[in-house]
Every structure is written in structure tokens, then in C-alpha cells.
Design a protein around this ligand. Structure first.
Ligand SMILES: C[S@@+](CC[C@H](N)C(=O)[O-])C[C@H]1O[C@@H](n2cnc3c(N)ncnc32)[C@H](O)[C@@H]1O
Length: 417
């Protein structure tokens, strides 16, 4: 076994923006990237034991979910016990499916990047017309469409194709759109995984080996990629927003400090949902400029502050939120971040940590997400016990833990002590 050198695993890191005749965010380069966060629209709260003997109120909010979503969530219910490993009746077929999974990822991204999903927004189109609108080769376009048919993203009537409900989510102009997330996931993020063997051998991020810079430094030097990353994060934050906005801590809060708040999507959701709240969004200087623009309609209820949270976390909040931030960091940096939060907070202030909680065995896919965090940013998921230790070292008491029904995200509520 030999380690790959950087030059062996380097891939092209800067892409030319492929301008689409359709506009509206189509034709973005494939070398864009997000972190892996799967959105769902529904959250169910359920009763569970927590370390401090408190319990979590049971309620359900399933109204926005499709039947399929509900079925998927029910099968992942925490009340149903740990899921079993998928049964494999044909091992060779199973391996082939696993290894050729990249084809599904890539055709899905092509439907976004070439503007196919957006071109189909007004209804069925003949393959030739689609090729004209997307400036693609007619025969090759037909073959791509047959692949999209195979993976359930389009349907065909004669030579006319239209989007399935899943395919609709690849349009850039629909609520819950996953177009930017798809482009980034199947673009730069995919490319970073080229360095995955290196990451496993060294414990260091694959991204850094492939792109010869860290993920965050890369974003800092590429404003277009950074804006796309923010947007993809915002596209995938819905479930976390629901966990936070429904949390009892927000009812007693006055000023929420959203640390690593990105382009302000969570902040605007909190401000819309809780008219009594003000929000301070803290993020890197270039990022909070975008948040400031997005939050202007809230006037003085919304403030932003640029800061490196590994150096300093601003004071001024009575409730601090780390949404999908703590798991971006290894233990050393996570401890620094928590120390800085604690230094900014007063005794009794609340801290909500969303995402990154690992529940061994539930669901099986969490192992892939944890590994993905290593690949892209050197982060990691943590068990409840690991999180409690980290919090305690920084001067917090873990009060309660809640999970969304899908188990894809979680909320740890802590108090500064
Ligand atoms: C995974 S994103 C989460 C964004 C948002 N909270 C959400 O859930 O959609 C992590 C955020 O941390 C910010 N960030 C990374 N390093 C930072 C640092 N040193 N100081 C401040 N913010 C940082 C990034 O710019 C990004 O907005």
C-alpha cells in the first residue's frame, strides 16, 4: 500500500461557469460544494430520557411532509429500535450498485448544471426542443434523459419528458429546491473524496490534500463559491430551523446569537417565527455581509458581526446557537470554540448545539456523514457522552437532547454554569 502524494490526487479546482441560456442559477460549475446535510421538512418531538432526568415534550409536525417522506421518517422512528444492516440477497449486485453510485450522482447533477430541470418547469418537452434550450447534443441529451428516467427524476410520454416530484426539486425556483446543494455535492465535494484514502491513512481532510488548501480558506478566496456554499447550506437547513424555532429555550430568549450563522437563513426564520426576538449573526466577515443584506427587512431586530469564532465570540446574546457548526471541527478546535462562546456568555445563558450528534446504530447512514465531515473539513460527529464532556470542559451543563424524527439532526440544549 502506498500513500498518494498531493500531485497524484490533485484535481482541477477552479471551474469555468457554464452559462446557461435559462439563467436562474442553472449552469453553475460542477466544482462547487456543500457539506452533506440532507433536508427534510418535518420534525417530530418525542419523549426521551436525558442525563439530567428532564424530559422532552412530545409533539408532531408532519403537515408539510409527503406520504413518502412520512413513511421514510416512520421507518427511522427512534421508537422502532435500531435499524438493521440492509439485507443483501445478491452480494455481487450489491457491490455493483455501491460502486456505480457515482453515475446516479452525476446524472442528477447534470440535470441541474445543464439547465434540464429548469427547462422542464413549464411542462413536458420533446428531447430535441430540450437540447436546443439547453444547448446540448440532441442524441446525447436523449441518452441522459433515459438515465434520468431510470433514476426516477423524469417521466416520458413518447419522446416528451417531464419532471417527477423528485425531479422538480432540482429546479432552482421551487420551495425546498436542492439545485445548489446538488451541484455542490456532486461537484467539489465529490472531487474532494478523491483524497479519501489519504484521509484515512493520515486522519487529515481529503479536501486539503486534493485542493492544497483548507475548505474555509478556499471559500475565503472564492467569493462565488462561498456564496454558493451559503446558499446550499440555507437550502438544507430547514429541519434544523424547525428544531430550533420550536425549542422552548427560544420562548425565554431576548437576543439570540447565531454563531456561524452563514447567510442568515436560520436568523430570518427565528425572527419570523418569534416576533419578540432579536438576532445577532456572527460569521466570517465576507459571510456576514451576505447575511446583512438578507436581513435588512428586520431592521434593528437583526444585527451581524464579522468575527473569527476561534479567536473571539461576541457578547450580547442571552441564547447562543451553534447550528451545524460544532461538528465542523476536531476536538481541539471544538473546545476552543466552546471556550470562546462561554467567555461571551453569562452564567445561566442557554446554548443550543444543533447537528453533529452521533447515535451509534441509528441510522446506518450516519457513519457516512461522520466520514464526510473528516473528508471535507476535518470535523466529526460526537456521541451524547462525548458532547457532554466537551461542553462540561468549557463550562456548560448539558440539559436535554432532542432529535428530529428522521434522526438526521439533533439539538443539545445546555446552560452556562
Ligand atoms: C456548516 S456552515 C453552517 C451555517 C449555518 N449555521 C447553517 O446551519 O446553515 C458553518 C459556518 O461556520 C462559518 N465559519 C467557519 N469558520 C469560521 C470561523 N473561524 N469564524 C466564524 N465563522 C466561521 C462558515 O462561514 C459557515 O457559515
Amino acid at each position: 500500500m502506498h500513500s498518494l502524494t498531493n500531485s497524484q490526487i490533485r484535481v482541477r479546482a477552479s471551474g469555468k461557469r457554464a452559462t446557461s441560456p435559462l439563467g436562474c442559477g442553472t449552469g453553475v460549475p460542477s466544482e462547487r460544494f456543500p457539506l452533506e446535510l440532507l433536508p427534510t421538512s418535518s420534525v417530530r418531538w418525542y419523549r426521551m430520557a436525558v442525563p439530567t432526568n428532564s424530559t422532552v415534550q412530545v409533539s408532531e409536525k408532519l403537515a408539510a411532509a409527503s406520504i413518502q417522506d412520512r413513511d421514510a421518517m416512520n421507518s427511522a422512528s427512534p421508537l422502532a429500535g435500531p435499524p438493521e444492516s440492509p439485507s443483501v440477497s445478491d452480494p455481487a449486485h450489491h457491490i455493483r450498485e455501491l460502486v456505480t453510485g457515482y453515475r446516479r450522482a452525476k446524472v442528477t447533477a447534470l440535470a441541474v448544471d445543464l439547465g434540464i430541470a429548469d427547462a422542464l418547469k413549464d411542462g413536458p418537452l420533446h428531447v430535441d426542443e430540450l437540447a436546443v434550450r439547453c444547448q446540448t447534443h440532441p442524441s446525447a441529451t436523449g441518452r441522459l434523459l433515459e438515465s434520468l428516467l431510470e433514476v426516477g427524476l423524469v417521466t416520458r410520454t413518447g419522446d416528451n419528458y417531464s419532471l417527477t416530484p423528485a425531479g422538480e426539486l432540482l429546479r432552482c425556483d421551487v420551495p425546498g429546491s436542492l439545485s445548489r446543494w446538488t451541484t455542490m455535492s456532486a461537484g467539489m465535494q465529490y472531487a474532494a473524496w478523491e483524497g479519501s484514502a489519504h484521509a484515512i491513512r493520515t486522519g487529515l481532510p481529503a479536501f486539503d490534500a486534493v485542493f492544497e488548501t483548507s475548505f474555509w480558506q478556499h471559500l475565503a478566496s472564492r467569493p462565488d463559491a462561498a456564496a454558493d456554499f451559503d446558499a446550499a447550506m440555507a437550502d438544507s437547513v430547514t429541519e434544523s430551523c424547525e428544531l430550533i424555532t420550536q425549542d422552548p429555550a427560544l420562548r425565554g430568549a431576548t437576543v439570540v446569537a447565531d454563531i456561524g450563522g452563514g447567510n442568515g437563513k436560520l436568523a430570518s426564520t427565528m425572527l419570523d417565527t418569534h416576533p419578540h426576538l432579536s438576532v445577532l449573526v456572527v460569521d466570517l466577515p465576507g459571510v456576514v455581509e451576505r447575511a446583512a443584506r438578507a436581513l435588512t427587512r428586520f431592521g434593528e431586530r437583526a444585527r451581524v458581526e464579522g468575527a473569527d469564532f476561534l479567536t473571539r465570540v461576541p457578547t450580547g446574546g442571552d441564547t447562543y446557537v451553534l447550528c451545524r457548526v460544532l461538528s465542523d471541527w476536531d476536538d481541539t478546535h471544538a473546545a476552543i470554540l466552546l471556550d470562546n462562546c462561554r467567555a461571551a456568555m453569562r452564567e445561566g445563558d442557554a446554548l443550543l448545539v444543533v447537528g453533529g450528534l452521533r447515535r451509534p446504530g441509528q441510522p446506518a447512514a450516519r457513519g457516512l456523514l461522520d466520514l464526510h465531515l473528516l473528508m471535507i473539513i476535518g470535523g466529526r460527529e460526537r456521541t451524547e457522552a462525548e458532547t457532554a464532556d466537551l461542553l462540561a470542559s468549557a463550562g456548560f451543563r448539558l440539559d436535554r437532547v432532542e432529535h428530529s424524527l428522521s434522526e438526521r439532526t439533533s439539538l443539545v440544549a445546555a446552560t452556562a454554569v
